[in-house]
Design a protein around this ligand. Structure first.
Ligand code: ASN
Ligand code: ZN
Length: 318
């Protein structure tokens, strides 16, 4: 119903949404809009030209290209998480279309959000297989779209690491929601299954044990810190945004496990409310921690304690 309200207020339910009318117990007419995604998958045909050719639209059957179908399904899984858990209709809360390009570049070893769409490389086949293979990676890239249209966290230093961390949160929640996992059942890995067998590693990152996702002869060791005492001061990667995200990542995983049950209903909702409740675009770890504690307090004492303890455990607050 919350999603319905948002859709109605926004005044632009998408074509794929359905409107249901019913009479309530008090005789009042009730309208419920069930939002649905509007996905388009493009193929860059191994060039770096965006967006590429349209290869699958919302109402099309699966096509003869696994990457296309994986991207399509991953976009759908992310849409469902946002709607079911947070009542958010797509990335912007107003039914924005979801666009993704696959087969970007040649042997391209990454996936990214370019400000308006997700873009996925095929990987080089030596270190990485395709980037559409992981639901948490797809949810991560779409997460950048949610962050962009809410707090707009500046991609530099601590606000940048928060941007990365919240994208990881939305990525793993998408996967946990799709699989119906509780916080205790979840792997807390981002990007499991995208390394080739040649790599000594499980995933790109571990939220519960940052720094342990891989330890490979060629790639080296996962550089993520799990505590403020190991915060990495660097000018690389916008101030280590993919490295220092390990600290808030661990806080989230600890809070989720302490609260128990489905993470998107507990810690996930708290993080989402902090993100969308007036967080400043330059927020650092401490400001975000305070916002999550305030959001948790409005749910209940035990949730507040779990969230506060998690931030203390990673050294962000005392
Ligand atoms: N996969 C990376 C990310 O989404 C790409 C990047 O560094 N922008 O964070
Ligand atoms: Zn990212």
């Amino acid at each position: 119903a919350q999603a319905a309200k948002q859709t109605l207020i926004a005044g632009r339910p998408t074509f794929h949404s359905t409107l249901e009318l019913s009479i309530g117990a008090d005789g009042a007419l009730m309208a419920e809009v069930t939002a649905a995604p509007t996905r388009t998958i493009f193929d860059a045909q191994n060039t770096e030209k965006l967006p590429g050719l349209i290869v699958r639209r919302e109402d099309d059957e699966p096509v003869d290209d696994v990457s296309v179908n994986e991207a399509f399904d991953g976009l759908g899984a992310t849409f469902q998480l946002l709607l079911d858990a947070f009542g958010r209709d797509s990335l912007d809360g107003a039914g924005a279309a979801l666009n993704a390009t696959v087969h970007y570049g040649e042997n391209y070893d990454n996936a990214f959000w370019d400000g308006s769409r997700m873009v996925f490389g095929d990987g080089d086949g030596e270190v990485f297989t395709g980037f559409t293979r992981s639901i948490s990676v797809i949810g991560h890239e779409l997460g950048h779209g949610v962050i962009q249209s809410s707090a707009g966290l500046v991609y530099q230093g601590q606000s940048g690491a928060l941007n990365e961390s919240i994208a990881d949160v939305l990525g793993v929640l998408t996967e946990q929601h799709l699989l119906g996992q509780t916080a205790d059942q979840a792997t807390w890995l981002v990007g499991a299954g995208i390394f080739t067998d040649a790599v000594q590693g499980r995933a790109l990152r571990s939220m519960i044990e940052p720094g342990t996702a891989y330890d490979d002869d060629e790639l080296g060791r996962d550089p993520q810190p799990a505590h403020m005492r190991d915060y990495v001061n660097t000018t690389e990667d916008n101030g280590g945004v993919h490295i220092n995200s390990g600290i808030p990542n661990r806080a989230f995983a600890l809070a989720a496990k302490a609260i128990g049950g489905h993470a998107w209903e507990g810690a996930g909702l708290v993080w989402y409310r902090a993100l969308t409740g007036g967080l400043s675009s330059t927020a650092g770890f401490t400001e975000f921690a305070e916002q999550t504690i305030a959001a948790a307090a409005s749910i209940g004492d035990s949730v507040e304690t779990a969230v506060r303890d998690a931030w203390i455990a990673v050294g962000v607050i005392e």
